[in-house]
Design a protein around this ligand. Structure first.
Ligand code: PBG
Length: 324
């Protein structure tokens, strides 16, 4: 007891570093990139300072910069020139994500892990993550699944190192696993957006990826932010269906979920530090209200401390520069 016991003894000098329980490394990071088929020059996303939509020929340069910083992986999102009811431009071998994947892999090979987001919302005219019945305004689960299988296999054919289904359709992991295996992509892992919440923190992303929706919202497929036990069931199902890595999204408002999932399953676990989490810090820093570097570091550290093995974050380049 005090005064014999003093917690402050270990809080200064070298010993402070030695008793640190969590560390952040550039190896923990995955950088999201947006490739836009309609652009000739890079265009900054207005609500996401420092994040750009890139034309195909800039994507490789950007991936090289990311690799030079020591960041091991990127996750690709595509904005197609054409959208239609069924998101046809998501699954062609010469569509934008597939071309970007091939271009990066040709140039960087094993020096860059390319993960592709497998979803339909950037490719459908209505902006939903699946096939829509317009009479009932319902996003049809089972009718969507074969499309996800096609998208994932097209990504694998283009050379994707890992696919990341984000649409929150029931059965999507099992469908994609079977589709990949059928085409001999049994070694391509699946990172499942397993516990993805229906969150307002995705606001700026919908600017970035042009994936806003024309009616309703995503609450019939994404999770209710009030639920925690349900996240356990979602993750359990995805593991049974064959997910290799499970993801919690968003990150900061859901650290309790991340903690529970990591401890309950002991699976490789990812957290998506989403667009709104990024933009809040950028905006406050721009006003001079927060120290951007410190707040970024503390936020990402807390995500690791809660149980993440890896973090998808728009701060990846900033953090990598800081760690150098
Ligand atoms: C698409 C998808 C979204 C994000 C990643 N994949 C948006 C959504 O579900 O509306 C959000 C990422 C972010 O906000 O940074 N299914």
């Amino acid at each position: 007891m005090f005064p014999q016991l003093r917690m402050r003894r270990l809080r200064s000098g070298k010993i402070r570093d030695m008793v640190r329980e969590t560390s952040l490394s550039v190896n923990d990071l995955i950088y999201p990139m947006f490739v836009d088929e309609t652009l000739d020059t890079a265009r900054e996303v207005p609500s996401m300072q420092g994040v750009y939509r890139l034309p195909l020929d800039r994507v490789v340069d950007e991936a090289k910069d990311v690799a030079d910083l020591g960041i091991p992986g990127v996750i690709l999102f595509g904005i197609p020139a054409q959208k239609d009811e069924v998101g046809s431009s998501a699954s062609g071998d010469d569509d934008i994500v597939q071309r970007a994947t091939r271009a990066i892999k040709e140039e960087l090979g094993k020096d860059m892990m390319v993960i592709t987001d497998v979803c339909m919302c950037e490719f459908t005219s209505h902006g939903h993550c699946g096939i829509v019945d317009h009479t009932s305004e319902e996003v049809l689960n089972d009718a969507t699944l074969p499309h996800l299988g096609k998208i994932a296999t097209s990504h694998a054919r283009a050379g994707a190192d890992m696919v990341a289904p984000s649409g929150m359709m029931d059965g999507m992991i099992g469908t994609i696993r079977s589709a990949l295996d059928r085409e001999k992509f049994e070694n391509v892992p699946i990172m499942s957006y397993a516990a993805k919440y229906s969150s307002a923190f995705y606001g700026p992303f919908r600017d970035a990826a042009d994936s806003g929706y024309s009616f309703g919202d995503r609450s019939t497929y994404q999770m209710d932010p009030a639920n925690s036990d349900e996240a356990i069931r979602e993750v359990e199902l995805d593991i049974m269906e064959g997910a290799d890595i499970i993801m919690v999204k968003p990150a900061l408002p859901y650290l309790d979920i991340l903690y529970r999932i990591k401890h309950e399953f002991g699976m490789p676990t990812a957290a998506y530090n989403v667009s709104g989490e990024y933009s809040m810090i950028k905006a406050a820093a721009q006003q001079g209200w927060l120290d951007e570097d410190k707040v970024m570091y503390e936020s990402l550290m807390s995500i690791k401390r809660a149980g993440a093995d890896m973090i998808l974050t728009y701060f990846a380049k900033d953090l990598a520069r800081m760690l150098k």
